[in-house]
Design a protein around this ligand. Structure first.
Ligand code: BOM
Length: 141
């Protein structure tokens, strides 16, 4: 659900500052990770892909090929309140998007495409959080 996704995003987003330098993602492009879900934020910058890889690595969410680690992602999402109702769906949506962009060799470029696809599909599934929902839980992490 969107409520669970707000918790995952609030926690995951905390790793952004640690990843700013190596990813080259400027505050001008993305001020805070919660804006990922904003209607008017476009998921297009290669640097955001690099940042997502760096952030995911902090929680061991990727395999060596920079594709999602199904077990670790499942466990990560399950660690949040009611996470078990979102974890499988989330892994399924991300994996489905990965299959669509498997031919892109540049990792950062591929991951930003997968992330944009995931945002669209999560909205379709009604599990995308509003920025205000993320703000409401950010202090917990
Ligand atoms: O093959 C690429 C694997 C990485 C995909 C990550 C997609 C989602 C990133 C953006 C959204 C984040 C929201 C919550 C935390 C996800 C762990």
């Amino acid at each position: 659900t969107a409520e669970v996704m707000s918790h995952v995003t609030a926690h995951f987003g905390k790793a952004l500052e640690e990843c700013r330098e190596e990813s080259g993602l400027t505050a001008d492009v993305m001020e805070e990770f919660k804006h990922f879900w904003s209607e008017d934020f476009e998921v297009v910058h290669r640097e955001l892909g690099c940042a997502i890889i760096c952030m995911s690595n902090k929680f061991s969410l990727l395999q060596d090929d920079t594709r999602i680690h199904h077990v670790n992602m499942n466990d990560y999402v399950k660690s949040f309140p009611n996470g078990e109702i979102l974890s499988q769906k989330m892994v399924e949506l991300i994996h489905n998007c990965e299959k669509q962009y498997d031919d892109i060799t540049d990792e950062c470029s591929r991951v930003v495409k997968v992330a944009a696809c995931f945002k669209v599909d999560a909205k379709k599934e009604g599990i995308a959080p509003e920025v205000t929902m993320i703000e409401a839980v950010m202090e917990k992490y």
